[in-house]
Each structure stands twice: as structure tokens, then as C-alpha cells.
Design a protein around this ligand. Structure first.
Ligand code: PRX
Length: 634
């Protein structure tokens, strides 16, 4: 393992070098890896097209770096530690050697099913070791993985399979999650009715629930595994070949497939993992995210395995069998580094300290937070009750598109300030701009957060639609990557993320486009139009407030609400269900037909005292109507 940054002074030096000589800096970081052929050029870029390439001409396979490279030095060390949903079911662990063998075996299964370099494979699976094995098996043979969070509906899954023209789907019979056993395969069956590109569906047996079977298409993982050897040479890949697609929501239209490529993503996830968490050999590291999101990709699988860490995967939920589950697991496995989301912290905080005090948390050294702004109360509770005031909290700001952590304290090195993501990682050049794109220099400023220079794990494109990538991220402000976040740089130069400035909402750390939720609501036959906004929610960070206009007078509003929830669940999944649905006569539109969301946000927040200027509205009377029917924001 290569050196970590060990002091604030070293951080500043490293940061300065990364800005003065980015190519030399990242070439040095990249050299520790196993390259089948070294790169010819470190970086080529412009943010106009955009066109960003790192380590041009370099050949490698990321799994050789996650697995083979470690066999000699840490073959018998645990790579993946898996904790099941039930407390009385034995967990599993895989050493680096065992994981290597399983990945090679499953890579051979994929090959036997005709999957080749460049083919897309969709993974729709619960948090079981086979999910991590599948991800790596794809990478082993150069197939592109597209993991879809297993809470999405059949229709959302079908959209993602079709967008990527996936050749195979990897799934499980079911999923144990808390008290429930959730059918997974049946969602895939339903999705596949709308997909023609898929020739194989390989199913892990987890719950042993009965499932429908399509002979010739469906295969059991455990049966296929027996038919192949555990020998599989790693495919030679170009540094800029696609590693994966991960769908994420934006402010318009359907979710887009964010594309990450191999070389830069590898170098950056390892570097950021090692430095942010200050991982030391032998540490037990646990990130509670789901592999269906970017956090799971970069900081359960790739970053930790590249760094030779022991990474934990948990199948269940934080409140089962009770709200002490996380802490019980920390005690049981003597977890040293714990990385979770503010929404989980707030939810557990609400259950009180008794669940925490039952367990010995003395193994903890570092805590992490990701996915949404962490409020002061949650930060302090986490710091005091979980970290016992001795563990630094790394509040890590980043995005699906950035591939890795961008702004964050380095554990134990960067002085903390609650609710602040603090300072950029070396190689990251943030910049705040005003609405016109003018740079806000100096400290004590607030504006839109952009990044002005490429870092190795920046997204390369959006799958099948490069223009959309340009439009979304590189056109708002010329020659800059626009994050979509508002941000404050305080007097000390510390960064505090204020949340999205576009029509993206963040509900329990799940990112959603308001347009996407509106489109789902509009599928209900009685709905003519809808408008969705986020509002502050004590546990979820943001809740979803929907204003809907219906065909005719609604007699049974409760029934309509339930039906709309059902429609949204069917179109997207339960995570997108509105918390509040208000039936309205009209929406506040300007004469050009644009919905004035500012007004709706105020109503949703329960602050109707000052709605600002409403004179440009087509029908200002609508506002009174909406105000009088507003649902309490409690
Ligand atoms: O608004 C920011 C918020 O989450 C968005 C990115 O969401 P997603 O692509 O799903 O990735 C989440 C996990 C990396 C960002 O635009 N966000 C993420 N981390 C933080 C955050 N907001 C405040 N503080 C954070 N630490």
C-alpha cells in the first residue's frame, strides 16, 4: 500500500503540487498499480465537448489490482465480511484468495453465457456477496456492469435494461430485508417482458422462495458455478474503456446512465479511500450504503479492495431486529471505520441512546457521512454518542458523476467543523460562481459549486447520449463542470454544501428528479397535471410534496392518494412515494406556462407569510386556493 497523507502540512503540500502539476501528481499515484502496459499520455481534456481522458494508451484490468495484486501479500486476509439480515444466521467472509477464485469462476460463467468484452450486464440484487462477486466478474472479462438498486420497480428496471441494451441480468430469488422477504426475481420477470436484449438471467438462491422460471433464459447461479473452473485470465482493457454505467436522476426527463471508465476511476477511488478514511492495515471498514448506489461501488467494492482493505457488506436494515443493529454489528466485528448517511443517523437518534449504550463501540476510530447535508444536531449526536468524542467525522461531499469523494476532511488530520465538508481533496479544484457564472473569489462567499479542472474519476459521458452530458454538466458555465449544488466557502476557506439548486431532491439520501416523480404521478388516469417539490423533513432530510390537478372533483381524496402512491411505486419504486399529496384546482404558472416552484416550495415548507412577487402569474387566485388547502409540514 502506498503512503498516506499524515499531517495537515503534508495535505497542503500535496494539494499545491496537485494543482501546479496535476499530470505529474496523478502519474505518481497511478504507478503503484499493476498496468499491463504503461500509459503514453497522462491527460487530455477539454470541458467544451466535453472530452476527458486519463492515462491514455495504458492497458490494465481493475480486478488484477483489486485481487491478483494482493494475493502474495494478503491472500489470507479477509477481503469481504458479510453480515446477514438475521442475527442468528452465520455470516460469511471471503479472503482475497477466495474472492479471487469466486470472481474468476463467475467470470467464466458469464463467458459461457456469451458475454464478451464491452457487453452490458444488469445487476439487480440484494446486498449479498454474490453482488460484489458479479461486479468484479464483469470487470474481469471487460463487460460493463450496470447495477440497479433492488428497490426500483419493474418498469424502472426495464427502462435501465433497455437503455443499456443489457445482454444478461443477474439477480436473486428474493431478498431478506428486516422483517420482510421481498420478491426480487418476479420484478425481473415482469421487467423482462419489456426487454428484448436479454438472453440470460442468472439467479442466486437466497430466500429459497418459489419463483417462476423461463427455461433457456433462467439459470441458477449455484448450478452454473459448478460447470466452470476458477481460472480466468483478466481481459486486457484500455484505461478509457467503460467500467460501468450507473443511472442517476437529474432535473429533467429520465434518469441518465453516468459512465465511468477504468484507469482514472481506479486511481481516484483508491487514493481517496486511503486518505479520507486513513485506512490502516488490519482495520475493519464498514460502509452501510447499498451497492446499487455510487457509494457502494466506490467505497464498498473498488476503493477498499484496491487498497487491500477488509470491507463489510450488510444485508439488512438499521432498525431490525431493533434500532441497535448497527451498533451490535460494530461490536461484533470490532469495526474501526464506519461510514453511513445522515438519514440513518437521524432515524437512529430518534430511538434514543439506550440502543447505543448496550454495545461496546470502543473499536471505532473514524466515522463518515455521505449523501446529503448533515445537520448540526445529527452531527453532534453522531460525534458524541457513536464516536464518544474521540472519532473524527469525515463529512464527504461527492456525486455519482464525480466517482469519488471530492470535498472532505482527512480523518484525524483536517480540523473539523460540524456540517462542513471542509477542504477539497488533492486534485480537486472547486470554484464558486454567481448566477452569471462569475467566479466568487476570496472567502466568506456563497454560490454555485463548479469544478474547473478534471480529476481522474470524473464522468466521461452519459450512456448513449453525449450531448445530454454536455448540456447537463458543462453548458451552464463554460469550461466548468457544474455540480448542481449550492455551496458556501466560509472565512476559513472551508466548504459547506447547502443542497441542490436545481430540480433534484434528496430524500433519505436517494436522489430524485422532481420531473421524474411528476411523470410517475401523471400516469394515474385521474391526474391531469402535477408539480413536485422537496420540503425539509426531520428524518429524511427532504420529503416529497406533490400538488396534483385531477380530471373532475375528487370525492374521496384518501382513496386517490393511495392510488397515486401505488402508481408511483409501480413506475419508480417505493422510495419515490410522495409524503404529502395536495389536490389543487390549478398550479401557479407564469404567462409563459412555467410553474413557479418557488411558491410551491414555500407552501410545502409551511411558510406562506411571504410568497414574494406573484404579479407575473397567469391567475394569482390559484395561490390563495393552494394556501388554504396546504397540508401541515409537521
Ligand atoms: O446534493 C449533493 C448530495 O448528494 C448529491 C449527489 O447524489 P448522488 O449522486 O446520489 O451521490 C450520493 C453519494 C455520493 C450531491 O449533489 N450530497 C452528497 N454528499 C453530500 C451531499 N450534500 C451535502 N453533504 C454531503 N456530504
Amino acid at each position: 500500500m502506498s503512503e498516506r497523507i499524515k499531517s495537515l502540512e503534508a495535505y497542503h503540500q500535496e494539494y499545491e503540487r496537485s494543482v501546479a502539476d496535476p499530470e505529474g501528481f496523478w502519474a505518481d499515484k497511478a504507478r503503484q498499480f499493476q498496468w499491463q502496459k504503461p500509459w503514453d499520455q497522462v491527460l487530455q481534456w477539454n470541458f467544451r465537448d466535453p472530452d476527458v481522458k486519463w492515462f491514455l494508451g495504458g492497458k490494465l484490468n481493475i480486478t488484477e489490482n483489486c485481487l491478483d495484486r494482493h494475493l502474495e501479500t494478503r491472500g489470507d486476509q479477509t477481503a469481504i465480511l458479510w453480515e446477514p439480515n438475521e442475527t442468528d444466521e452465520p455470516g460469511k467472509s471471503l479472503t482475497y484468495r477466495e474472492l479471487h477464485a469466486e470472481v474468476c469462476r463467475f467470470a467464466n460463467v458469464l463467458k459461457a453465457h456469451g458475454i464478451e468484452k464491452g457487453d452490458r450486464v444488469c445487476l439487480y440484487m440484494p446486498m449479498i456477496p454474490e453482488l460484489a462477486i458479479s461486479v468484479l466478474a464483469c470487470a474481469r472479462i471487460g463487460a460493463v456492469h450496470s447495477v440497479v438498486f433492488a428497490g426500483f420497480s419493474a418498469s424502472a428496471l426495464a427502462d435501465r435494461i433497455n437503455d443499456a441494451s443489457a445482454k444478461a441480468v443477474l439477480t436473486s430469488d428474493g431478498n431478506f430485508r428486516g422483517k420482510k422477504s421481498i420478491p426480487v426475481k418476479s420484478v425481473v420477470d415482469e421487467a423482462l417482458q419489456q426487454c428484448t436484449s436479454v438472453s440470460s438471467c442468472i439467479v442466486v438462491q437466497r430466500t429459497k422462495d418459489e419463483v417462476d422460471w423461463t427455461p433457456g433464459r433462467d439459470f441458477w447461479w449455484h448450478e452454473e458455478r459448478e460447470k466452470v473452473t476458477a481460472d480466468c485470465a483478466a481481459e486486457t482493457m484500455d484505461a478509457e474503456d467503460m467500467l460501468f454505467i450507473l443511472y442517476t436522476s437529474g432535473s429533467t426527463g429520465k434518469p441518465k446512465g453516468v459512465v465511468h471508465t477504468i484507469g482514472g476511476y481506479m486511481v481516484y477511488t483508491e487514493y481517496s479511500f486511503r486518505n479520507v478514511f486513513q485506512y490502516e492495515d488490519g482495520d475493519i471498514y464498514w460502509c452501510t450504503a447499498d451497492i446499487g448506489w455510487i457509494t457502494g461501488h466506490s467505497y464498498i467494492i473498488y476503493g477498499p479492495l484496491l487498497a487491500g482493505a477488509t470491507t463489510m457488506m450488510f444485508e439488512g436494515v438499521p432498525t431490525y431486529p431493533d434500532a441497535g443493529r448497527f451498533w451490535q454489528i460494530v461490536e461484533k466485528h470490532r469495526v474501526n471505520i464506519f461510514y453511513t448517511a445522515p438519514t440513518a443517523i437521524r432515524a437512529l437518534q430518534a430511538f434514543g441512546e439506550a440502543y447505543v449504550e448496550k454495545y461496546d463501540l470502543s473499536s471505532l476510530k473514524t466515522l463518515g457521512s455521505v449523501g446529503e447535508p448533515i445537520n448540526k444536531e445529527a452531527w453532534e449526536w453522531y460525534y458524541e454518542h457513536i464516536g464518544k468524542k474521540k472519532c473524527p467525522i469525515v463529512d464527504t461531499w461527492w456525486q455519482t458523476e464525480t466517482g469519488g469523494i471530492m470535498i472532505s476532511p482527512l480523518a484525524g488530520i483536517t480540523p473539523l467543523k460540524p456540517t462542513y465538508a471542509t477542504l477539497p481533496l488533492p486534485g480537486v479544484q472547486p470554484m464558486l460562481v454567481d448566477a452569471e457564472g462569475k467566479e466568487l473569489t476570496g472567502n466568506g462567499v456563497e454560490g454555485n459549486l463548479c469544478i474547473k479542472f478534471p480529476w481522474p474519476s470524473i464522468l466521461r459521458t452519459t450512456y448513449g447520449d453525449h450531448e445530454r452530458c454536455r448540456q447537463t454538466y458543462f453548458s451552464t458555465y463554460p469550461d466548468m463542470y457544474f455540480t448542481g449544488d449550492g455551496c458556501r466557502r466560509d472565512e476559513d476557506g472551508y466548504y459547506r454544501i447547502l443542497g441542490r439548486v436545481d430540480d433534484v431532491i434528496n430524500v433519505s439520501g436517494h436522489r430524485m428528479g422532481t420531473a421524474e416523480v411528476e411523470n410517475a404521478i401523471n400516469e394515474h388516469p385521474d391526474v391531469i397535471e402535477s408539480a413536485v417539490v422537496g420540503y425539509p423533513h426531520e428524518i429524511k432530510g427532504q420529503g416529497i410534496y406533490a400538488f396534483v390537478i385531477c380530471e373532475e372533483d375528487v370525492t374521496d381524496e384518501e382513496k386517490l392518494r393511495q392510488e397515486i402512491l401505488g402508481t408511483v411505486t409501480k413506475v419508480i419504486g417505493p422510495i419515490a412515494k410522495p409524503d404529502k399529496i395536495q389536490v389543487v384546482r390549478g398550479l401557479p404558472k407564469t404567462r409563459s406556462g412555467k410553474i413557479m416552484r418557488r411558491i410551491l416550495r414555500k407552501v410545502a415548507e409551511g411558510d406562506v407569510s411571504n410568497l414574494g412577487d406573484t404579479s407575473t402569474l397567469l391567475d394569482p387566485g390559484v395561490v390563495e386556493d393552494i394556501k388554504s388547502g396546504a397540508l401541515s409540514s409537521a
